[in-house]
Design a protein around this ligand. Structure first.
Ligand SMILES: [Zn+2]
Length: 55
């Protein structure tokens, strides 16, 4: 139901849709991801460029 894209600085985010589905982890190494259960979209943002490996 949610159309909000969640931004995270983590490579791995978790989603359970407030307990509506089993807890799953979504890998954002490619920059974005989507929960296979509820369709929640996540994007990865880089907060600290200095600590990030050069792509
Ligand atoms: Zn979900």
């Amino acid at each position: 139901m949610s159309s909000t894209t969640i931004k995270s600085t983590e490579e791995i985010v978790s989603c359970s849709d407030n307990g509506q589905h089993p807890l799953v982890y979504i890998n954002l190494k490619n920059g974005s991801g989507q929960c296979q259960y509820c369709g929640q979209k996540f994007i990865r943002i880089s907060q600290t460029e200095s600590s990030k490996k050069a792509a």
